[in-house]
Ligand binder design. Structure first.
Ligand SMILES: [Zn+2]
Length: 363
């Protein structure tokens, strides 16, 4: 019995988690106001969107075991809006639970690297400018992938020693006031045991955020090719050599925290320094520039790493055992409750079968 109790802890939906959901619903009321303002200003119909955000996480459906004081979370309404703080987390957690096991398996054969590719900030609340920048980044990424895969070649430069076999790229746009910072978080699969010795320093070696760091020759090469392609310039050995400095990019052996970066949602509800909540101008620019953007794309052997829309199918063997045990004592009744009410009635332990919860707890 002790063992079952231990397991219950692993699948528990904590009060802190429920509090977060309620807080995020509070933030959503600001987002709702933004959508209403946008609807009026732009003469567009956003009724469905507004209603579904309003409904997001308003009621949870649970199985209640009265004698054992346990409530088993079954489902909730999710709006899936890109600005909803609850759904952003669910999305990230669901991606982590889908992709991390697959990537960890790949690590048996290849080394994985977390690669960050940046471009200069886009200044001003001008969504057309940001749309254009993002398009160029995606195009440049395809090009970079071609070079690394040796589908296109640069005379006198070979990438063969890295044994690059594919990657995932994921877009994020952060902002501060009217300055937007689009960048890509990527995972490269390269040769097992590849050592990138970091021996070079340049302007990007010194930053407040990362302190002092050195770069490998591979990073310097990526920085320059990334700049040349984004500026629409021809990539040759000469143009690379002639370029004094590329764009800020880094390549590091992957660590668990990087997965959270790669699979998080496209944008945060706070400015880069976490100080200010997204302004209406930020919202409008991000609404239009991220509207039909595919955030995550795989290349090479990771091309087929596609996101499943329905991630809720995963069944945990241990979880079933727990439920069987609970049901031996009593059959549950289905109840529907608002998260606020669940918090008030705190003599129940709330559990959930959804694997995403185990990732959500880490976020
Ligand atoms: Zn939502």
């Amino acid at each position: 019995m002790i063992k079952i109790f231990e397991l219950l802890k692993d699948i528990q939906v904590t009060n802190d988690f429920i509090k977060d959901v309620i807080n995020n619903n509070g933030y959503n009321s600001i987002i709702l106001d933004y959508y209403k303002r946008l609807e009026e200003e732009e003469h567009i119909d956003l009724t469905n969107k507004i209603n579904s955000i309003d409904d997001c996480n308003s009621i949870w459906t649970l199985d209640k075991y009265e004698l054992q004081k346990i409530k088993d979370f079954k489902k909730t309404n999710l709006c899936k809006d890109k600005f909803c703080n609850n759904c952003k987390k669910v999305k990230q957690a669901s991606r982590l639970s889908q992709f991390v096991p697959q990537l960890k398996k790949l690590e048996e054969e290849f080394d994985l690297f977390h690669v960050t590719l940046t471009v200069p900030n886009v200044e001003g609340h001008d969504y057309n400018k940001l749309i254009k920048t993002i398009k160029t980044m995606f195009k440049s990424y395809r090009k970079l992938n071609h070079y690394l895969m040796d589908i296109e070649s640069i005379k006198d430069i070979s990438f063969k020693k890295y044994f690059y076999v594919g990657s995932i790229r994921s877009l994020e746009v952060t902002y501060k006031n009217d300055s937007y910072h689009p960048h890509l978080h990527c995972i490269f699969a390269m040769k097992k045991g590849l050592k990138l010795s970091k021996r070079f320093k340049n302007t990007y070696s010194y930053s407040k955020k990362n302190g002092t760091r050195s770069f490998s020759s591979f990073e310097i090469l990526i920085q320059k090719i990334w700049r040349l392609t984004n500026e629409g310039k021809k990539v040759t050995k000469k143009s690379i050599d002639d370029l004094e400095i590329g764009y800020s990019c880094s390549v590091d052996k992957i660590e668990d925290e990087h997965y959270f970066e790669v699979f998080k949602y496209m944008t945060k509800s706070n400015s880069d320094d976490e100080e200010d909540f997204m302004s209406y101008d930020n919202f409008k620019v991000l609404y239009y520039s991220l509207k039909s953007v595919r955030q995550i794309q795989g290349y090479g052997i990771l091309y087929n790493l596609k996101e499943k829309e329905n991630y809720e199918e995963e069944v945990d063997y241990l979880y079933n055992k727990i439920i069987d045990e609970l049901k031996e004592k009593e059959l549950p009744i289905e109840v529907m409750e608002a998260p606020e009410d669940l918090l008030k009635q705190n003599d129940y332990l709330i559990i959930s079968r959804k694997k995403v919860f185990s990732y959500l707890r880490q976020l």
